[in-house]
Design a protein around this ligand. Sequence first.
Ligand code: ADP
Length: 502
Amino acid sequence: MNDTPTTPDQVTLSDFRAALKEFIQVVGKDWVYTSPEHLRPYQKIMLANDATRFSPSAVISPASVTEVQGILAICNRYSIPVWPTSTGRNFGYGSSLPATRGQTILDLKRMNRIIEVDAELGTALVEPGVTYQQLQDYLKEHKLPLWLDFPGPGPIVGPLGNTLERGGGNTPYGDHFAHACGMEVVLANGKILKTGMGSIPNTTSWQVFKYGYGPYLDGIFTQSNFGVVTKMGLWLMPEPAGYRTIMVQFDEKHLSEAVNIMRNLQLQRVVTNVGVMVSDVMAISTFMKRQDIYTGTGAVPRALIREKASAFGIADWNMTFTLYGTDAQIKPNLDIVNAAFKPIEARINPDFHDGSQVNELSLNSFGILNWIGGGGLAWFAPVAPAKGQDAVKQASMARRILGQYGFDYLAAPTLNGRDLHHLIAIVHNHNDLQQKAQAAACFEQLVTEFSAEGYGLYRVGIDFMDKLADIYGETNREVNRAIKQALDPNGILAPGKSGIRL
Ligand code: ADP
């Protein structure tokens, strides 16, 4: 054990050591870590910030709900802050690290049982450590014709953590929280809450009807610090009879019309999954290194990007979506899609392949990290109404601000009916201190300018949680604080998460 752990501010070293001894009694000595060697994997950060600002004091890895309850009781007694993680790979938002220094990470990845899959209803009940790969292997092994929807890092992350962050994927089940049904939550006082239908004795319907009776509570356990979620119900998509992934490529001058066309196709349910719009430089970054194209300063000049992009058949914008169903269902919808995009002279490839839209897990999304090298990534994720004028305005603001700091517009906005999540990767060299500082300043300016125009972020990294909470305003903060005081009066759970603390 390390002699001088990073203790939480308000906890004395002797209390901390006493708490560690008690944690060991609960989970066993092999599952309480404090040595630098054991903490190192948890210290990694991709954000443009210094990982030591968020250093954990220890990591505890329980194997059961009873052990979680035991840990929280000790935390309450010694005022030890704990930061729960599930698979702990919240890349580009903070990975496993807590929002403030000295918290103990509650690493739940040992709790990784797939408790139940109902093949008829297409539902599952899983623990925090279950990964998408594990769930997919299970479905294949049991020959269950159900699909998964997963975020970029796919196989190595899990549905519970990603859903709590309100992450998304690219199939019709892409809104993960919308496809979650029922949670088991260990509250700070050790009591176990089952949401929705879960509290009915001998419940039969926990994973089929979300709302139960009374206030619908599940939302308050997402992007928050009001409980430790130990089980979650998921809805899984029945494998479709068939599918066709379409790539629609268009010029910058048609961005506005393309967004309006796609939104209408989605609102009419002709297209039932997201439209993933990939900027040319984002597309190039997945398979080329920046230095092979350009070694000058500033963002890679547009003309150079266009030259490279054209050589690979990449347009200014490259949007993909999928039509699912039988041939008889797909054919008329494809006709509607073709007719809809005709006025903007888009290039349409009706036989494109995108694994993320058809249940194929892969690590391909990590390709963008090679664009610059050095492992820095911060996601800037503003939301816009799905209207052409907003897409054009946001794209132009983002290009200008990124360019001011020498970054390229690595954007993959996803269009989902009424909203557009304008995902932008600020990829930088984490080992280049000057570039890291530029990335941090760029992020700050993006947040400031976008919010001044009425555009908010849907999620943010640990280094920006307080600032984003401020932008959402004092009344939101007061309500969250009131819930925090009621549910976690000693403030032991993840202080600072989403800017929430006592
Ligand atoms: P992933 O590996 O799927 O990206 P993480 O496990 O890193 O997701 O979780 C992302 C964030 O969600 C964590 O940093 C934490 O704030 C919150 N979180 C994760 N798991 C839990 C949980 N079981 N209970 C409460 N909050 C959690």
